[in-house]
Design a protein around this ligand. Structure first.
Ligand SMILES: *Cc1c(COP(=O)(O)O)cnc(C)c1O
Length: 429
């Protein structure tokens, strides 16, 4: 009996083309399968490799801004054409990639001027580097927050070259604490950071921006989530109750902040970006700093952000996917859930039923706030099956049941979702 020889890498790679992966990656997978003596698993390994690629995902978790799923859903159109990223079409001369977008962002936020960078973390970095190099930036001890693992305010400040001046106490910081700091230290600016993902309750007090604005040094407010206007004029009704006291760009500037900074992909519902908006001279100082070049976004982001901002200016929240999903009436979601349950047909085990749920804004915003929602509950764990399709569906488990919350699902995907649930329960497609 001869020892079976492993197949050639090339032949095995060729047998993997149905995975849709380019040949060079099939070769890598084939080589790995042969080296680890898992030739029989090569197809599976190729499928796994293909699944690790970035792809559209259906979010049935009920978390609107899901950090693992890229935060805000983006429904933008893009073409294969070039864009006038740095061309002034009026003169044919080289233009500024920031100028047009700045006007649109500034108008939407009620600011004098604006600058766009890659995310809110880089916005904070740039503001500190440009406005407080080697000087002090005063922050309340109650606002030295960590947001999403790697973003810690004290660390960003250290990297920026600004000197952190801690003011007040963890639970209470008053205007006079800032005043005292300004008396003894070289304070270039006061930084107010929204606590975003946690709350201090009980005997606590933070100094409002309106009081910080009377200290005589520039006030920079990191409001984080990018709510543009507390009145939500882009919605048909009043602001939803789950927004409660979330700080908004327009009102923070009106209260006297010299600059606000915020994310593009949280409550703004746009692409990943960081926005610096406010006083023109300060925005311009940020734009002149060498870091601005390193942190500048590409044309794809600018185009997506512009589309989002124009929808705000047109007061058309229904065409911003985040706001459309967040403000869908729960009755509509229930009707959709009933349709999905009916399409599957239930009765035997496991059961499929309509369920009332709590959706959440997510993305490190609005801790503890929920949005009434509705979905489909399956009395079994079918999470793996849902996740392992061409268009993966991410749901969540609760009390041993798989919950598919419809608030974060595009209605156009209901049929696919119903089909995949039926499939998981052994029904023919
Ligand atoms: C989320 C958040 C950030 C970080 O924003 P990124 O866009 O993720 O960099 C910074 N500050 C506050 C207050 C936040 O809520």
């Amino acid at each position: 009996m001869g020892i079976e020889r492993p197949p050639s890498v090339d032949r095995l790679a060729r047998s993997l083309t149905s995975s849709g992966l380019p040949h060079a990656i099939c070769v890598e997978v084939a080589r790995e399968a042969i080296e680890s003596q898992r030739v029989d698993d090569a197809q599976l390994m190729a499928r796994q490799r293909s699944r690790q690629m970035l792809r559209p995902v259906i979010n049935a978790t009920g978390t609107l801004l899901h950090t693992n799923l890229g935060r805000a859903p983006l429904g933008i159109e893009s073409s294969a054409r070039y864009a006038n990223v740095e061309l002034d079409l009026a003169t044919g001369e080289r233009g500024s990639r920031q100028r047009t977008i700045a006007g649109t962002v500034a108008l939407a936020a009620g600011a004098e001027d604006a600058l766009v960078v890659n995310n809110c973390a880089s916005a904070l970095m740039l503001v500190l580097a440009a406005l407080a190099p080697g000087r002090g930036a005063a922050v309340s001890r109650g606002e030295l927050v960590e947001i999403g693992g790697a973003f810690r305010v004290p660390d960003v400040m250290r990297q920026s070259g600004a000197q952190l001046i801690e003011v007040g106490t963890t639970n209470r910081t008053r205007r006079k604490d800032f005043e005292a700091a300004i008396d003894v230290a070289d304070v270039a600016l006061v930084l107010s950071v929204h606590q975003s993902n946690y709350k201090i309750t009980g005997f606590s007090e933070q100094t409002p921006v309106s009081e910080l604005a009377t200290l005589g040094v520039p006030v920079v407010a990191d409001i984080g989530s990018g709510l543009l206007d507390a009145a939500c004029p882009w919605l048909d009704g009043p602001p939803p109750p789950w927004l409660a006291d979330e700080p908004a760009a327009r009102q923070t500037l009106e209260a006297g902040a010299d600059l606000v900074i915020f994310s593009g992909d949280k409550l703004l519902g746009g692409p990943q970006a960081g926005i610096i908006a406010g006083r023109r001279d300060l925005v311009e100082a940020c734009g002149r700093h060498p870091l601005a070049r390193a942190l500048r976004p590409g044309g794809l982001v600018l185009e997506a952000l512009q589309q989002t901002m124009l929808k705000y200016i047109a007061r058309d929240g229904a065409s911003i996917p985040f706001w459309r999903m967040a403000s869908e009436p729960v009755e509509t979601l229930r009707t959709r859930a009933e349709g999905i349950v009916a399409s599957i047909g239930s009765g035997e085990m496991p059961t499929v039923v309509t369920v009332d749920t709590d959706a959440v804004p997510g993305g490190g915003t609005l801790p503890g706030r929920t949005i009434p929602s509705c979905g489909v509950a399956i009395s079994a764990n079918i999470m793996d099956h849902l996740r392992n399709g061409d268009i993966p569906i991410v749901a969540r488990m609760q009390d041993g049941r798989t919950i598919c919350d419809l608030r974060t699902v595009d209605p156009a995907d209901d049929e696919l979702l119903g089909g995949r649930i039926g499939e998981a329960l052994g029904q023919p497609r």
